[in-house]
Design a binder for this molecule. Sequence first.
Ligand SMILES: NC(=O)c1ccc[n+]([C@@H]2O[C@H](COP(=O)([O-])OP(=O)(O)OC[C@H]3O[C@@H](n4cnc5c(N)ncnc54)[C@H](O)[C@@H]3O)[C@@H](O)[C@H]2O)c1
Length: 343
Amino acid sequence: MDRKPVSVGVIGAGGWGKNLIRNYFELDSADLRWVCDLDAKRRGQVQGQFPARFETANVDDLFQDPELEAVVIATTAPSHYPLARRALEAGKDVYVEKPFTLSVEHGRHLVDLAERLERVLMVGHLLEYHPVVVKLKEMIDGGELGDVRYIYGQRLNLGTIRGDENAMWNFAPHDISVILYLLGRAPTDVSARGQSYLQPGIEDVVFLSMNFADEVMGHVHVSWLDPHKTRRITVVASERMAVFDDLESTEKLKIYDKGAKVNTDYDTFAEYVGLRFGDITIPYIRSSEPLRIECEHFLSCIRERTTPKSDGLDGLRVVDVLEAASRSLANNGAPEALRGAVS
Ligand SMILES: NC(=O)c1ccc[n+]([C@@H]2O[C@H](COP(=O)([O-])OP(=O)(O)OC[C@H]3O[C@@H](n4cnc5c(N)ncnc54)[C@H](O)[C@@H]3O)[C@@H](O)[C@H]2O)c1
């Protein structure tokens, strides 16, 4: 049975918003109804390439349009909460870019509001839709790597310096969401250290560490002041190790059959720890644009009235970590317990 396309309005036609606009323009299951940006030049640019039915600088035009079903918010982080709140109150299904909100309190409010109004609420944790991350999750859950010991993410570059949020709030939601997704649980405590070299009070580089139950660790290094562009997530497990390098064009996931085991039966110290150096394998993973998969998922959740994989609670878990990490940053790296925003 043919279904009517979902009508979508995108707020924010900036560097990232235009990618969302392109996808909703191209997808048959979507009807790109509105593009909204305060900046007329940016609106003009996207309207030239991926025209929506209507354009505006005023978000009220979207909220007051009874024909509009879904609002996609791709503005800068401080406006996520007020815009998402108004969109939900207007009865729209809502997608919010990462970081979901800038506080647990605001995130919790949006989650409760969406639940009460029975609206779909999805957060743009893009990497949870990346075919490589999905494959890694399958391998971990299927026991193919053994017990996960620690996971670390590196998201580094020189540039894309922002003045409205630090490198942690800007980049780390990606790595935190992946680590929580792969482990299927939230950390018990978080610590973070960073420095602001370019703008007072806005950290350019942050080292964030998370402790999980069973001695599992997560670590995230983010920086926009680094010589190397790096987008890498490494999983070290008891049987195998995995590296996801998103800058590789085709061989993005490598599985290393490497490990170390403590032997109970040994005569010399050299025999106490046995190292294993095995093959490196590259699983075949069909490539497709993660953003397209994410947009299709949002549309399908709207049509089927189902809960997105990266729903408001998923967003809230990540904000809980970021908020605790901010307290730790302000407290010279002291460990901070999570507020337990989500069980
Ligand atoms: N998922 C990803 O991989 C990814 C990548 C980059 C950015 N992002 C996220 O996307 C969001 C946007 O980032 P960006 O790099 O495109 O920022 P940007 O500054 O380039 O663009 C933001 C746009 O929003 C518009 N805007 C702000 N407030 C508005 C309002 N009230 N009404 C209408 N328009 C408004 C601005 O005019 C601007 O054009 C951020 O939350 C960012 O973290 C996600």
